[in-house]
Each structure stands twice: as structure tokens, then as C-alpha cells.
Design a protein around this ligand. Structure first.
Ligand code: HEC
Length: 193
């Protein structure tokens, strides 16, 4: 064996024990699932209410205001980073998945193809942050429901007024063309350990 290769193997060997990331604990995952649920429930409630009382065009602006607000409140309460990302993003600042979230969404896509229902689909993993510290990453799948097609569906299912409002508020919007049952995105949480 060449000396350099031996050295590489030794170094690799030294680096592995103890450095292997711990597994997420069931209790931690429970806690994050609950926070994801709070976000979905609160936002879903507000959105439904706005759709009913103000109509879908105004509901676009309500969503623009309320969605980040709920996510920020939950982040403050927990000390974690809580948000939503899309398989195609509407909000170009907050909705675009990072590398880990992209991996989680790809995994959800595969699991849906294999017949698993997105309703309870989640993924959690302990990763090493660039700082060297461990952090817990969590994603909960979001599937498209009938109510969502008014703002995320095909061109025919989005009223003209909504299209115009979306174009004005989100000129880079990519989050249309979805059908009921499609993977729309995920609630995502990053929790320092
Ligand atoms: C009234 C229009 C409207 C309806 C109805 C609606 N959305 Fe959205 N959606 C938006 C807007 C506006 C945003 C961008 C919010 C922001 O700026 O944070 C958004 C963003 C999202 C995001 C965050 C990722 C991204 O693309 O920025 C997800 C996930 C999402 N919506 C899922 C859904 C689901 C699931 C439903 C149905 C339960 C739904 N939406 C119904 C307007 C709507």
C-alpha cells in the first residue's frame, strides 16, 4: 500500500469515531412536528378566513403578510428557525429550499411515487453546521389541497384578478401549475443542539 493512501485511510479512520452525527430523538421530532402543525393550522385558518371574507385577490396580500409573521413568531418562541419552502418557490427570499431542504423534498417526491401519503410525511436529521456545531433539521411535507389551486394551480384555475395580484407582488413567482395531491413544499425547521 502506498504511504499516502495509508495516511488518508488513517486520517479518515481518526475522523469517523465520535464525529458521526447523533440520531434525532423521538421527543425532539415530536416537538418539531407540533410546531410545524401550529404553523400549518394557524396559516390555513387565516387563509381560509381571508378567502371567505375578502376574496382570493386580497387573500394573496394577507398571505404575504401573515405567512412570514406566523413563521417569525414561532421562531422567536422556540429559538429555532421555522419557515416554509416550495418545490417551486413563490417568495424568492424565503421560499427557496437550501441544499438539505432540497434533499428532503426530493426524498418526499420519491416516497410519494412509491405510494406513501404526504399527509404525515416527515424527515429529520442531525447535521453538522458550517460552524462545526450539530443542528437538527426537520421537514414536514405539504401537499396541495383543493383550496390551494386558486393561487397555486394551473392557469385555468387561477382567476385573472389573482394572477394580476401575484404578478405584482411576486414577479419571480414559480409556484403555479400544481394539482391537488402534488407535493407543494415543506414546513422546515432548523434547531440548534
Ligand atoms: C390566496 C392565495 C393563496 C392560497 C389560496 C394559497 N397560497 Fe400558498 N402562497 C401564497 C402566497 C402569496 C405565498 C407567498 C407567501 C410569502 O410571501 O411568504 C404562498 C406561499 C406558499 C408556500 C411557501 C413556499 C413559497 O413558494 O414561497 C407554500 C408551501 C404554500 N404557499 C402552500 C400552499 C398550500 C398548501 C395552500 C393550500 C392549503 C396554499 N398555499 C394556498 C398564496 C396562496
Amino acid at each position: 500500500m502506498k504511504k499516502s493512501l495509508l495516511l488518508v485511510l488513517l486520517l479518515a479512520g481518526c475522523a469517523t469515531p465520535g464525529v458521526e452525527a447523533p440520531k434525532p430523538e423521538a421527543k425532539q421530532v415530536d416537538e418539531m412536528r407540533n410546531v410545524a402543525k401550529v404553523l400549518s393550522t394557524q396559516l390555513g385558518g387565516k387563509l381560509k378566513e381571508a378567502m371567505g371574507t375578502q376574496g382570493p385577490v386580497e387573500a394573496v396580500s394577507v398571505c404575504k403578510q401573515i405567512a412570514p409573521q406566523i413563521a417569525n413568531d414561532l421562531s422567536k418562541q422556540t429559538g429555532w428557525q421555522v419557515g416554509r419552502v416550495g418545490t417551486r418557490a413563490r417568495n424568492a427570499q424565503t421560499g427557496v429550499p437550501d441544499a438539505w431542504q432540497t434533499k428532503a423534498l426530493a426524498q418526499f417526491g420519491q416516497r410519494i411515487k412509491q405510494g406513501e401519503k404526504p399527509d404525515t410525511m416527515e424527515f429529520a436529521e442531525v447535521v453538522t453546521a458550517p460552524s462545526g456545531k450539530h443542528e437538527l433539521r426537520y421537514a414536514k411535507a405539504i401537499a396541495l389541497q383543493p383550496m390551494c389551486v386558486t393561487c397555486h394551480g394551473s392557469a385555468e384555475s387561477i382567476p385573472d384578478g389573482v394572477k394580476a395580484r401575484l404578478q405584482a407582488e411576486y414577479p419571480l413567482d414559480q409556484a403555479t401549475g400544481y394539482q391537488v395531491g402534488d407535493l407543494r413544499g415543506a414546513v422546515v425547521i432548523t434547531r440548534p443542539l
